[in-house]
Design a protein around this ligand. Structure first.
Ligand code: ZN
Length: 128
């Protein structure tokens, strides 16, 4: 200890203490006459604080535009997929793609219609 040395005071401000200190400092500066600096700093602070909210809103808007929700044309299973993507139905595995928010079958034009015929079995004895 130095009895006659300069006294130093230090205090730690964390979290809200720091913010209150900032506001107090700002009030002091505006009292002195640097109000335009403070309003600029506050504007900047408000901008940076609202930036994550703006990004979230933009992301939600983008998601709503990009994600299509429809049901599988084969098994009617309801699911979501990205617009323009190709995927397999999570329920039946049918290859699907998304166009205009609707799920369409990948191979709809390649499907060969199979018609069941009833075949009567003929006994070998009737062959002759
Ligand atoms: Zn399906």
């Amino acid at each position: 200890m130095q009895p006659n040395g300069p006294k130093t005071y230090s205090f730690a401000l964390g979290g809200w203490g720091f913010m209150l200190g900032l506001v107090a400092f700002g009030m002091l500066l505006s009292y002195v006459g640097l109000g335009w600096v403070i309003s600029g700093l506050i504007g900047l602070l408000v901008f940076f604080l609202s930036l994550p909210i703006l990004i979230m809103l933009g992301f939600r808007w983008w998601l709503r535009r990009t994600i299509a929700s429809d049901s599988c044309p084969v098994c009617n299973f309801k699911s979501e997929a990205i617009e323009g993507s190709r995927f397999n139905c999570p329920s039946c595995g049918e290859p699907l793609y998304v166009a205009d928010g609707r799920f369409l079958r990948h191979s709809a034009e390649d499907v060969v219609e199979v018609v069941d015929y009833e075949v009567d079995y003929i006994d070998e004895g009737e062959y002759l």
